[in-house]
Structures are given as C-alpha cells and as structure tokens.
Design a protein around this ligand. Structure first.
Ligand SMILES: C=C(NCc1c(COP(=O)(O)O)cnc(C)c1O)C(=O)O
Length: 403
C-alpha cells in the first residue's frame, strides 16, 4: 500500500501489509557499518562537505533533514499508507503549517468540535495570513452549503476532541473533490492502527504525535502524511523555511514508541470499552460518548472506517451533579492522572470546559456538547479491571457522597 520505497533492513523479514510488522521494521535500516539493529541518534546539527556545496552524504543541515527524522517519517508514511510524511515540532505546528500553505484569501470549512488549540489557531491566527475558517455543526450534511468560491480545504477531526463525533470521510471527500477542495483528517484520537483516512479519500492525515504515536507522554511532536508530490514540495519547503521541526532525539523516541502502537492501541481499546460500558450502566451518568459502543450515534461509521470497528482509547461522558461533580470525580480517582493530553501508557482524565477547551467561548462550547459536566478520559494500558473499578468508586464519591 505504501508507494514510498520502504527499506527492508538486511536480515529483517520482508515487510508485509500487516501493521505490526511494518511498525517494528519500517524506517529502521540496520547500520551498514556496525550492523546495529536500532538506529543511533544523530545529534549533529551540520554535516561536513568534501568541497564547496558537496556534502559527504545526503544531509547538509539538521533543520532541513536528518537521519532520525527521515526514518520516523518513513515509518509514519508506511503506517498511514502514504507516499510522504513530514514531521513537525508539535501537532499545532502541523495545523499552522497546513493553513500557512494556503494562498492569501483562502477559505477553510472545519467541523465544529475540534481540539481547543486547533480552534485557537483557526479563530485567532489564520486570519492574519488571509485564511478564513468557518465551522459547520454537521459537516457531512451541510458541507455543500458552506462551500465558497475560495474554499480550499475541509478540516475534519474524527473522532472529534472531546465529544468523539465521527465523520464519514468518504462522503465528505466525495463532495469536496467535486469542487477541487482538499480534505485534511486529524487522526490523533485513533492513530494509524485503528484508522487510515487516506484509504477513505482524505488528501492529508495529521497527528499530534505527542499522543498515541509516541505513546509515552515524553515527546511533543506532529506529523502530516499524504500522497501528493505537489504538497510534498510545498509542505517540505515550509517545514524548512518555517523551521518548526522536531529534534533528532524526539524523532528517535517517537519512532521507538511507534513500534508498539498496535499493542498499546489494542489494550487502550479494551480498557475504554470496559470503562464506557460501566459508565453507561451507572445511574450517576447522563450520557457516554464512545465510538465503540453500539449506542454511539455514528456507530455505523466506526464499523466502516475503523479497524474491526474498534472504538479506540478515548471517551467522554456527562456526570450528574454539574461542574462540581466533574471536578469531584477527577479528584476522587486513584489511578487516572488529572492532566491534559492523551494517548499515553498512563490513563488521564480532564474536564474540557475548564482545561483543553477553556479558550472556546462557553456558548460555542455548549453548542457542540462541551458542558461543564463533561469529563474526558484517555484510557492507558493499565489493567482493565483496575481502571473500571477506579471510575465506579470515583462516581460514588463525586455524586452520591459529595464532601
Ligand atoms: C493536548 C491535547 N490535544 C492536542 C491536539 C493537537 C495539538 O497537538 P500538540 O502536539 O499538543 O501541539 C492536535 N489535534 C488534536 C486532535 C489534539 O488533541 C489535548 O486534547 O489534551
């Protein structure tokens, strides 16, 4: 599926379409001199030249390219079924660079429910370089109603952060491509193991690598993957000119994290499925947002678009008792850590209205279902029984016996 020549390391099993084998071996050439199976970390910021303008190898200056970033980008491209991948200093840097790649006067249509930082760039930064973003509550239904002559891009998060809405990528891409519009899908919440948006018609897939791809809460990074040669030329130019690039060390860490993504994603899905079921059965819960539940309004999309209909490791729910209850719930947990971010090995909990999405005006937040009683959970890879029991005991403390 990947059009990019993926190096099969000497002695390694030939790379197949199976995710786990690709995750372990893609972008992982053995050292041709030492035979080292794991790549070294090339920290050098510059590379010697044998004569003026004649570098020893393919590298001249680390911002432009370096061995660790190349290897990581090759691995992500393989796992997202893409010809190209470009790594950036953060997921937000990917968002900014893609918007900056648009001509002055361009228009973007976005789903309404996006990460707070993405909303911030769309509403407070993009206009400065001539890009207007409009949000649509039901993008599948009304994307055609929002298309303007200057519309160049449609931005989708599926599942969305933090209400876990799903979008039928193929349906939106079909409408978009009728008008020559490109579709970007932010696949952060599921990772390449669970969903490959390019296979469903998207033009670009982006990730906050900070989350599932690195998976250990010790790297901030972003990546974009796509097939277009023209986009490769444009985005790689901006990657170098804008300079929002990750360090070789971070690329090395993220590449190592990527090698176990399939194992972590499966565990996180098992855990989220158990926690979502327990929440749905609780009298202290108003509603649960989990794409792996049969009750999810977009369950058919999950079955069509996600590997084996998996729900992934993310969920959110509304707790009875209002904002006070959501805060008491978070404080009553023993295993989950109250913190922003997601997709790591440790389970995290947060209240979007006062944390990740606090920058979005309250009326706009509540219009997409981000109420003060909404709690978001990122299930890690702890034991399912422990995570489920912890949630249930915290519900009792928060709702039944508030201090
Ligand atoms: C930090 C959080 N989100 C980052 C994020 C980003 C931004 O990634 P950064 O690496 O944090 O810059 C982009 N897209 C989605 C869907 C995201 O969730 C969070 O939701 O806790």
């Amino acid at each position: 599926f990947s059009k990019a020549p993926i190096e099969t390391p000497p002695g390694a099993p030939s790379l197949t379409h199976r995710f786990g084998t690709m995750a372990v071996h893609a972008g992982s050439p053995h050292d041709p001199v030492t035979g080292a199976v794991i790549e070294s970390i090339s920290l050098s910021t510059t590379f010697a030249q044998t004569a003026v303008g004649k570098p020893v190898g393919k590298y001249e200056y680390s911002r432009s390219s370096n061995p660790n970033r190349d290897n990581f980008e090759t691995a992500v491209a393989a796992l997202e079924h893409a010809k190209y991948a470009l790594a950036f200093a953060s997921g937000s840097a990917v968002t900014a660079t893609i918007l900056q790649s648009l001509d002055f006067g361009s228009h973007v249509i976005s789903v309404s429910d996006v990460y707070g930082g993405t909303h911030r760039y769309f509403t407070q930064c993009a206009k400065a370089h001539g890009v207007e973003v409009t949000f649509t509550p039901e993008i599948e239904i009304d994307v055609r109603d929002h298309i303007q002559k200057n519309t160049k891009l449609i931005w989708i998060e599926t599942p969305s952060n933090p209400t876990l809405r799903l979008v039928d990528i193929r349906a939106v891409a079909t409408a978009a491509h009728e008008h020559g519009i490109k579709v970007v899908v932010d696949n952060t919440f599921l990772s390449p193991y669970v969903q490959n948006p390019l296979d469903h018609g998207a033009d670009v897939v982006v990730h906050s690598v900070t989350k599932y791809i690195n998976g250990h809460s010790d790297v901030v990074m972003g990546v974009a993957a796509f097939n277009s040669d023209k986009l490769q030329e444009r985005l790689s130019f901006l990657q170098n000119a804008g300079g929002a690039v990750p360090s070789p060390h971070d690329c090395w860490l993220a590449h190592r994290g990527l090698k176990t993504l399939h194992l972590r994603a499966r565990e996180a899905t098992i855990n989220a499925t158990s926690v979502a079921q327990a929440l749905a059965a609780s009298p202290h819960v108003i509603s649960v947002n989990y794409p792996g539940s049969d009750s999810h309004p977009h369950r058919k999309i999950a079955i069509k678009q996600h590997r084996d209909g998996m729900g992934g490791g993310m969920l959110s729910f509304r707790i009875k008792g209002g904002e006070g209850a959501s805060e008491r719930f978070c404080q009553s947990l023993n295993i989950y850590v109250l913190a922003e971010s997601l997709g790591g090995v440790e389970s995290l909990v947060e209240v979007p209205s006062t944390m990740t999405h606090a920058g979005i005006p309250k009326d706009q937040r509540e219009a997409v279902g981000i109420f003060d009683d909404l709690v978001r959970i990122s299930c890690g890879i702890e034991d399912s029984e422990d995570l489920t029991a912890d949630v249930l005991q915290a519900l009792e403390k928060a709702v039944v016996f508030p201090k």
